[in-house]
Design a protein around this ligand. Structure first.
Ligand SMILES: NC(=O)c1ccc[n+]([C@@H]2O[C@H](COP(=O)([O-])OP(=O)(O)OC[C@H]3O[C@@H](n4cnc5c(N)ncnc54)[C@H](OP(=O)(O)O)[C@@H]3O)[C@@H](O)[C@H]2O)c1
Length: 266
């Protein structure tokens, strides 16, 4: 039941129809009896600054979840950028303080890693091929290197972005051999799709499935469809597969705590 005391959390995205956070977060609020609701907010890129200015005035707004394509852009409109968001250069959550200040942080990396670990997959010591160099992939790159992946190759359509990300991750985590490279999975233990390829039916598969081997784990960030063409191809090649929803599931509690809408004592 939404009442006058209900705290509001928005999710800003463009497009917004594909997001799964409202289902997952509202189920979490209901399960724990939290007087909060998450609603989708379709915000185009040129609307971000005015929406965030308005957010400062909304006293019952706990905060916003931020997704495609706003994760990088929101940093410039926040009063405080937490450490992980600063490292990654992107944020996926903004908390509104009681004084109307906006504080952002990035949980995609922790969520992705938490999802892997919860399913018994530990990237420590593994060679990882990461596809993508956008907001989600950047967070994942830092999280995998921080966990102790032995090598990380980043492949991206826009190669300069992969190179720039590789340089930043290598400088933060010198023990991990980080470089940019082609999307060739040969020799890797873990292949991660961190691009948005797979959202649409007509999207190409971001690696050549013929090159996948049964020793590999193939992980996805896409949540809708739950099983992308990459996941289906990897499963048919005998790879272990890991779905995009695990990344969000592992983030729910972290996001609720950050936004101040977690159960007491969580
Ligand atoms: N499971 C979860 O909890 C979770 C959390 C966050 C995000 N996600 C999903 O992760 C995906 C990426 O999100 P994001 O925030 O990182 O987006 P983003 O910052 O816009 O990055 C998109 C990435 O996909 C690549 N890409 C897009 N279209 C492409 C194409 N046609 N061919 C080749 N590469 C293409 C981009 O390459 P360029 O750099 O060359 O443009 C970039 O690397 C989204 O689908 C989102 O739904 C899932």
């Amino acid at each position: 039941m939404i009442t006058g005391t209900t705290r509001v959390v928005g999710i800003i995205a463009d497009p917004v129809a594909q997001v799964r956070s409202p289902q997952v977060m509202n189920a979490y609020f209901a399960k724990h009896g939290i007087d909060a609701i998450m609603v989708p907010m379709h915000v185009p890129p040129d609307g971000v600054s005015s929406v965030l200015a308005a957010a400062r005035q909304l006293r019952n707004l706990a905060g916003l979840i931020v997704t495609v394509p706003h994760k990088t852009r929101v940093l410039e409109f926040c009063d405080d950028v937490c450490e992980q968001a600063r490292l990654v250069g992107a944020a996926n959550a903004i908390r509104r303080t009681a004084e109307g200040q906006l504080v952002c942080d990035m949980f995609d990396g922790q969520g992705f890693l938490g999802g892997l670990l919860a399913n018994g997959i530990d990237p420590r010591g593994q060679k990882v091929l990461l596809l993508g160099a956008g907001g989600a992939a950047s967070a994942i790159a830092f999280a995998l290197a921080a966990r102790g992946a032995s090598a990380l190759t980043i492949a991206n359509r826009t190669q300069e972005k992969a190179r720039a990300l590789a340089t930043r991750v290598a400088s933060a985590f010198p023990a991990c051999r980080v470089q940019d490279g082609p999307p060739d999975p040969k020799g890797f233990d873990l292949v991660v799709n961190g691009t948005s390829l797979g959202l649409k039916k007509e999207d190409p598969i971001p690696v050549d499935p013929k090159l996948l081997e049964p020793t590999m784990t193939v992980a996805e960030v896409i949540m809708k469809p739950e099983r992308t063409a990459l996941i289906e191809a990897a499963a048919s090649k005998g790879c272990r597969v890991h779905l995009g929803r695990h990344m969000l599931e592992a983030q729910v509690r972290l996001l609720a705590e950050f936004l101040g809408v977690a159960p007491e004592g969580a």
